[in-house]
Design a protein around this ligand. Structure first.
Ligand SMILES: Cc1ncc(COP(=O)(O)O)c(C=O)c1O
Length: 387
């Protein structure tokens, strides 16, 4: 198990595959069947069991899964979906794929970067059809409040669970991604369970599952694998569908990695708790979420909020240039993107988060020594910027 990057630098994220993972992919390549087939079916069954939900439909990205989820919620031209301003742009873009309008809402604040239920309620219009709850960083969005609002207004709740496999609401055992009409997961290379490019839609609803299974492969009535095995001779096309298929080598990699997920998350939680212990006394730093929330989270990222943009940017630069510590920003606020009406809408809490947030290195094999180096480097950079 050689480190993925043998260097002094500490990356913000790192992926480490072992021989059994590589062998699972190699065996699939040797099998000669590369597109959607038995390994996808196996992985879907495993992930459905892992989530404790009826249907898991593998696709080639979480963006594709979001598109299918919104289609299944009936989103079309003229419809609005409420989406947090702080998320990856895909949560909003997929609404536009359907011809709908993403309506951006506020996050709770510096201590909790998830969608604010009060602002959701304020943004509901006669055109609102759905709400997208993003489990930012693997921390559960306020599902009880959002679910209640959706129920009262007859809206669909879609969970963007790209960051949150294995995570739960504190005190609950039901996994995130299983509360809404659909939950969408990402297996993109920097995600917790990664295969390069991949995604999945989870649902308990038979109709949603049927739509997603059909539209991911051109809404054809039979698949290539069925035809290959002689189970079908031809096909009809019953809707306009897409090519959102995952392939077999990636499914094999996901199946090989899934048994390690729980241990990976435990390691992430322990590292996050350690960061919080070592950084908790710094006055100019806000560490979002509580220890209880950390224990329920998938701990996809380690967020820290600084005081202002100048300080954040200067600290990031010092961390990178003087200490070899890579950081990132999750996320720019969507209302500030050109394609989303740059500046037309004001979302002060999202904008503040976008200017002050810093994501520190976090991956299961980060280890105490590197974590200590990050902490020391962060303290030194904060002191230097304050001086
Ligand atoms: C919150 C969120 N939603 C959706 C996506 C899209 O995932 P994918 O890259 O698998 O399409 C991402 C990926 O970064 C994400 O972070």
């Amino acid at each position: 198990m050689a480190p993925a990057q043998a260097t002094d630098k500490i990356p913000v994220f790192d992926v480490q595959l072992n021989e059994s993972h590589v062998e699972a992919v190699a065996a699939t390549l040797r099998s000669g069947w590369l597109t959607m087939g038995p390994r996808i079916q196996e992985f879907e069954a495993e992930f459905a069991e892992h989530l404790g939900i009826e249907h898991a439909i593998a696709v080639n990205s979480c963006t594709a899964a979001l598109h299918l989820a919104y289609l299944a919620a009936g989103i079309g031209p003229g419809d609005e979906v409420i989406v947090p301003g702080i998320t990856f742009v895909a949560s909003a873009a997929a609404v536009r794929y359907c011809g709908g309008t993403p309506v951006l809402a506020e996050i709770v604040g510096q201590g909790d970067l998830s969608l604010d239920p009060e602002d959701v309620e304020a943004k509901i219009s006669p055109r609102t059809k759905a709400v997208c709850a993003v489990h930012y960083g693997g921390y559960a969005a306020p599902l009880a409040a959002l679910g209640e609002i959706c129920e009262r207004h007859g809206l669909a709740l879609i969970e963007d669970a790209a960051h949150s496999p294995e995570a739960v609401v504190p005190g609950e055992s039901r996994k995130l991604g299983t509360y809404g009409l659909a939950g969408t997961f990402s297996f993109f290379s920097n995600k917790i369970l990664s295969c390069g490019e991949g995604g999945l839609l989870a649902t308990a609803d038979d109709g949603v599952a049927e739509l997603a299974r059909s539209r991911r492969s051109h809404a054809m009535t039979t698949g290539t694998w069925d035809r290959h095995r002689g189970h079908a001779m031809g096909y009809d096309v019953v809707e306009v569908g897409y090519n959102y298929r995952l392939d077999e080598p990636r499914a094999a990699l996901l199946s090989a990695r899934l048994p390690d997920l729980a241990a990976d998350i435990e390691a992430r939680r322990a590292l996050t708790a350690r960061y919080r212990e070592l950084l908790g006394d710094i006055e100019s730093l806000t560490l979002p979420y509580s220890d209880e929330q950390v224990a329920a989270s998938s701990c996809y990222v380690m967020p820290a909020m600084l005081e202002n943009a100048e300080q954040r940017d200067a600290v990031r630069k010092l961390l990178s240039e003087s200490h070899g510590v890579q950081t990132s920003v999750l996320y720019p606020s969507i209302n500030e993107f050109t394609a989303y009406g740059r500046g037309e809408q004001s979302l002060p809490r999202c904008e503040q988060a976008a200017r002050t947030q810093l994501t520190l290195p976090l991956y299961p094999h980060l280890g105490e020594e590197r974590l200590q180096r990050v902490v020391t480097a962060l303290r030194a950079s904060l002191d230097e910027v304050a001086a």
